[in-house]
Write a protein that binds this ligand. Sequence first.
Ligand code: UTP
Ligand code: MG
Length: 587
Amino acid sequence: MTQRMTILYILRRMAKEVRPYWPHLMAILLLNLLAAPIALLAPVPLKIVIDNVAGSQSLPWYLAALAPEALQHSRQGLLVFAVGFLVVIALLSQLRALAGWVLETYAGEGMVLDFRTKLFAHVQRLSLSYHDSKGAADSTFRIQYEAPALQYVMVNGIIPLAAALSTLVGMIWVTSLLDAQLAFIALAVSPVLFLLSYRVGDRLRERWESVRSRETTANSIVQEVLSSLRVVKAFGQEEHERGRFYQESARRMRALVKVAFLQGGFDLSVDITIALGTALTLYIGVLHVQRGMLTLGDLVLVVAYIAQIYSPLQAISKKLADLQGSLVGAERAYRLLDQTPDVAEKIHARPLLRAAGDVRFENVCFSYGGSQSVLENVSLDAPAGTRVGIQGSTGAGKTTLLSLLTRFYDVCGGRILLDGVDIRDYKLADLRNQFGIVLQDSVLFSTSLAENIAYGRRGASMEEIIAAAKLANAHDFISNLPEGYETLAGERGMRLSGGERQRIALARAFLKDAPILILDEPTSSVDVKTESSIIDAMDRLMQGRTTFMIAHRLSTLDSCDLRLEITCNTLCTLQTVGGISQGVHAL
Ligand code: UTP
Ligand code: MG
């Protein structure tokens, strides 16, 4: 298990994360601190009415300085002043609340937005092997539900904590002026409180971790089932999936109840500790009064102030416990951010505008992390413009071979050269820009068909899109749709048939006009008529490009210059088929 991050480490990282919002946070803190003095002003109008309007005392100097000269000399005038003062205070207090609310929302949501975007960008950079093993739901959950921890901790956690701390210091100061010994006794409970927070906080964090991981699992069940709803329905597994979801959610509920129990118990111990502290000060205070060290009036004042000391102390301890859940969220978000992509770009990677298309595999070995190797010592040489046909039994490693070329995974041994340069030396985006890819089962986005075709080249004009569709033999069926190119493809392109999706994918490749083509069984799921139309389009697409084409139906590979066969799952041998001897080594 990976080592836990300490709270201090997480807080430091968060503080750095939200650096652009420091001024906002300071302003929020100031507004929070203003609440106390404004609250102190609230009873002042009443005092004016009692002392100066009903009574006959003159205004104290600090109010006389505030009141307009004309109002000071009649009772009527003073009443107007008191009433006006009341409205001003209410306005001030509401304005403070409003400004605080707007600022908190702006800063809090802003920092979450930035953090989420950063996480999302990072998740896209992470290699396929990470996502293959973790699943999409885990990352989704961390981006959507763990990232807001930043707001909870920085805005709703640290600021009230800082405000409570400053109130605490002020109250201790005032109380110690009245009776230093009593203030000290009152404070004696604080180590107990902090020890409690520390011990319970640790356990709370553990429990929150278990809640969060259950939550992720339940979430991933929903996501998985909804994205494979056809299969679930076809096999009538709705009840089974419901059960799985219920079980995970029930575990989460039990974990949450445990959290509530622990947190409730903690709150109770804090309150009891504070009650004990109050009782002790009262007891000793009375002794002080009996010995004549303190007047009764002072004792009343001290007890009132001590209550004021305890309320921030109580707030601080409870806040510390409250924050644990958010800290767990933040830690999980940071864990995602700390994942390094296996397929990394070199620091001074070479740019590549357009490759000629010379591809060379040299003793390439690869395995998906397990002990079983998928490819061993694979070498091949495909000069620019070669059409390479690849065949082999299912699971032999054909798709894997081409995933290495696009750097979806990095080779475990040997190297792959493009135009004589190791592909790991190129900038990743530039490298991937050299490939037009059509897969076994093409996935479309839920946008319009035109946008789907333009995915390979953003900003292509409508004429270019239509030209590409025509080349891909897709124009006819698109024009026959009621909404033509504006038809929405549905989630993952599910509103189109397999053959239609393939032709859209081909049009995408035409538009991208990349020097190297990867066609991974693009006709495996279509009928013969559609297949011939797709093959016809592919033939056009392959003109002048280095092409790697995988096919189970050997006739599809007829037009290839070079035919390779991957045999045997582990010790893979590439063979020339059909007597072509272009630089292929059988190892
Ligand atoms: P491939 O996916 O390369 O096989 O997997 P293939 O030749 O293209 O097969 P078909 O024709 O499309 O069916 C090669 C091996 O790598 C494993 C598979 O289990 C298979 O044995 N593999 C594949 C993984 O371990 N992890 C993956 O993510 C993908
Ligand atoms: Mg395959």
